[in-house]
Design a binder for this molecule. Structure first.
Ligand SMILES: [Zn+2]
Length: 207
């Protein structure tokens, strides 16, 4: 027998997402969350809402991974967000200063690669999601591009090295705690400025 979908009221979805009820309706109108309108009343398929929350949570852990690594690498983190765009579920933006200095330039590239690897690594370690099965493979491709850009044959070694650094970083319980705390804030506020990320990390204490 086919199971009938369970429908939720806007108020129930609002409670699940920790947002005001009118905000939920507004999001449904612009198709940011799955809902149907019958006359003036919104109804939400419970399964779709649960899936929506799950996708958003995975994106939050992924972006939080990028954000934590940015701070560890002392990069200039501008913001991190789980507001989806056409082709992405979120973004983490660092300002990369322009420099002619080759040593600084290569350090910045190396750090960018660590940040790129951090999203899928956080997903894998905290949620057990295999990087090759999700759509975040682009991060790995971009990181590979950075490693191969030096053209001196050291790409493989640098890539292995970076993968190990990021892995070890996210195996640290404190880093896991920081990543979860940032993901939680992203679930609630959608976007965090660099300074807010640093505050959350600070509030997690030191082991
Ligand atoms: Zn990513």
């Amino acid at each position: 027998m086919e199971e009938l979908p369970v429908y939720l009221k806007a108020q129930e979805v609002a409670e699940m997402l920790g947002k005001p009820e009118n905000h939920i309706r507004r999001l449904a109108i612009i198709n940011k969350i799955p809902g149907i309108r019958i006359e003036k009343i919104w109804r939400f398929d419970r399964e779709k809402i649960l899936r929506f929350i799950d996708i958003k949570h995975t994106a939050a852990i992924h972006e939080a991974g990028h954000a934590v690594m940015s701070v560890i690498c002392e990069m200039d983190l501008i913001f991190v967000t789980v507001v989806p765009r056409k082709d992405t579920l979120g973004r983490c933006i660092n300002k990369i200063p322009y420099t002619e200095n080759e040593t600084i330039k290569s350090k910045l590239m190396e750090n960018s690669a660590l940040v790129l690897l951090a999203g899928v690594t956080a997903e894998y370690i905290l949620l057990n999601i295999d990087p090759m099965t999700n759509k975040r493979k682009e991060d790995l491709d971009k990181a590979r591009e950075i490693f191969n850009s030096s053209n001196d044959g050291s790409g493989k070694e640098r890539s292995d090295n970076a993968t190990k650094i990021v892995w070890d970083t996210f195996m640290n319980p404190l880093v896991q705690k920081q990543t979860k705390a940032i993901a939680e804030a992203l679930m609630k506020y959608n976007t965090l400025k660099g300074i807010q990320v640093r505050e959350i990390i600070k509030a997690c204490g030191t082991e």
